[in-house]
Design a protein around this ligand. Structure first.
Ligand SMILES: [Mn+2]
Length: 340
């Protein structure tokens, strides 16, 4: 933590800075927090939004690089780089980093980590609500609250029964558009940064017929597509593996998340997985109410060349070459039929 704070405070307005962040809700909130800190320090960073990172490229010409909520499996010794992440990694990076996943299995959200750093580095605004939105979106509110340190008054404002206030969750709907269509993440980040500038947590919602119009349209259309898949695609089940699988085929929107959430609630106690066809790959989204997917999925991709995977114990993403789609599902069922 201290090393990261020193890194952030040492950034000068003359430094050419790159901010790389994850394309999910937690990543966009993390990115918005760090971006705000940079702007307060007189730096206007270039921004890159990505899903998974296989390796580090394109850092030439940058004096400082900050990665939030995303990092490649291997990071070379490079003092220009700061990694703020909470995803499990095999190797500790050799550059400055913050990643509680090396110490504990109950990790906070990345936006809560970024919020903490923002505060320690002398950030001027109260960005607790941004950290709450990111934490909620990553389903890590409980683990993140100790870092966000709400006052009793803030608790009454932002939470209800320990959960995020329902009105505030309207903003998290926006992040859904980023899952559904790849190229709108920048627009969402811009709206988040604008919300922070205006100190208005519901800015995105007020822009429903304005700047955020196309994002809400994506959500509506993707919902229609999901309902069609639910009507038309068959659920495949394995009794002893307690697994449910739906293959949605080629879809206009990336509806994996909507579909997997539907299945998760319909089949409590079971692991649910969905796949969609994306170019040469089958892309999976898996949810588990029990078995640790950070152990199960790596086992299930054994023997599948070119598999890319990552995530958390309860929510996990996997991409495999299309011809290995069935094999991956069978492997998953086999891994889940063993005692845990
Ligand atoms: Mn995250």
């Amino acid at each position: 933590m201290d090393e990261a704070v020193r890194f952030l405070k040492a950034i000068k307005s003359s430094d050419k800075t790159l901010l790389i962040t994850h394309n999910d809700g937690d990543g966009l909130c993390s990115g918005a927090i760090v971006y705000t800190l940079m702007k307060e320090r007189g730096v206007e960073p270039d921004v890159k939004i990505t899903n998974v990172m296989k390796d580090i490229t394109g850092l030439e010409g940058y004096d400082k690089v900050i990665m939030t909520d995303v990092s490649p499996p291997r990071v070379p010794k490079d003092e220009r780089i700061l990694i703020i992440d909470h995803h499990k990694r095999k190797e500790k990076p050799e550059c400055p980093f913050v990643n509680p996943a090396f110490e504990t299995s109950s990790v906070p959200s990345c936006s809560a980590l970024c919020y903490r750093l923002y505060e320690k580095a002398g950030g001027e605004k109260n960005l607790k609500w941004v950290a709450l939105l990111g934490s909620y979106s990553d389903r890590m509110l409980e683990e993140s609250l100790p870092l966000i340190k709400l006052t009793p008054q803030e608790k009454r404002t932002y939470l209800i029964g320990g959960q995020l206030d329902p009105a505030l969750t309207r903003t998290t709907l926006l992040f859904l558009a980023g899952y559904l269509q790849k190229d709108v993440s920048e627009d969402i980040l811009k709206i988040m940064i604008e919300s922070i500038e205006k100190e208005d947590p519901l800015h995105a919602w007020t822009e429903k017929h304005g700047k955020a119009k196309h994002l809400y349209r994506i959500i509506d259309e993707a919902e229609e597509e999901t309902l069609r898949v639910i009507r038309e695609c068959k659920e495949k089940t394995w009794k002893d593996a307690r697994l449910v699988y739906v293959h949605a085929g080629k879809t206009k929107y990336r509806i994996k998340r909507l579909l997997v959430d539907y299945l998760r609630l319909k089949h409590p106690g079971k692991v649910v997985t969905v796949s969609v066809d994306e170019e040469e790959e089958a892309s999976f989204s898996t949810r588990s109410p029990g078995p640790d997917l950070t152990r199960i999925v790596p086992e299930a991709v054994k023997g599948i060349p070119g598999a890319v995977h990552g995530g958390h114990p309860g929510a996990y993403g996997t991409n495999v070459p299309r011809r290995y789609r069935e094999k991956f599902v069978e492997n998953l069922a086999r891994a889940l039929s063993k005692p845990f």
